[in-house]
Write a protein that binds this ligand. Structure first.
Ligand code: SIN
Ligand code: MN
Length: 223
């Protein structure tokens, strides 16, 4: 009852941060979140285990598992040649539908939603200490939007401009069940995760600790 009739929509209203960048708090029900957490555990069991991608001399502080196409910093491939050489899992049909639903929610445009066919998802797991530096999602050849879904601990998400990593940027709290879509003029906006707030995951979401973020994208690649 308390979540069903909560006033969170008053405290965390839907917002367009910039043209094409839409934040929809509490988009997923807790049941949907739990279902996705179960899928996350399945994906983690292979064929390609989650790994911290190498960036330059260092390693990312998140663990990533991919669907559809395997992402290595700056390139996509079907085989995870930087992990164990296995082919990544297929991109699930249900996730295409979820992506379309997200685009419909964000844009209100049924044609844009019907025309959206994501073919890769990067699924990141954050511990309490993980962060993600400001970056652009620019390894895709398509300009179709990125759909981002968060489950578990709340994070501080920084959404910047399309020119550089610096100000102006906006900081928002992405909580469990939130949707964030960035497309159109915001597709190449810099963004990052400045901190995780440990212990903020709602008990009902299925994650005792940590944060999962799923970003769906259209690679524009063939084969
Ligand atoms: C990403 O930029 O790939 C992930 C963003 C997030 O974790 O919210
Ligand atoms: Mn990104």
């Amino acid at each position: 009852m308390s979540t069903l009739f909560s006033e969170s929509f008053l405290q965390r209203p839907r917002r367009e941060l910039a043209p094409g960048a839409v934040w929809v708090p509490d988009w997923l029900s807790t049941e949907e979140q739990r279902w996705l957490v179960d899928r996350f555990h399945e994906w983690g069991r292979g064929p390609v285990p989650p790994r911290a991608a190498k960036i330059g001399a260092g390693e990312m502080s998140v663990q990533t598992v991919c669907l559809g196409w395997h992402w290595q910093p700056y390139a996509y491939s079907r085989e995870a040649t930087d992990v164990n050489g296995n082919r990544v899992l297929e991109f699930p049909e249900w996730m295409v539908r979820l992506g379309r639903k997200a685009i419909l929610e964000a844009t209100g445009d049924p044609e844009a939603a019907a025309g959206y066919t994501p073919d890769t998802a990067l699924v990141n797991y954050y511990t309490g200490d993980s962060k993600m530096g400001m970056h652009q999602d620019r390894d895709e050849q398509s300009t179709q939007p990125v759909v981002s879904i968060s489950i578990g601990d709340t994070c501080q998400f920084r959404f910047g401009n399309t020119v550089n990593r610096n100000k102006p940027y906006q900081d928002i709290s992405l909580a469990s069940g939130d949707l964030f879509v960035f497309g159109g003029p915001s597709r190449l906006a810099y963004h990052g995760v400045t901190k995780i707030l440990p212990g903020t995951a709602p008990a009902a979401c299925g994650m005792a600790t940590g944060r999962i973020n799923i970003t769906m994208r259209v690679t524009g690649l063939e084969g």
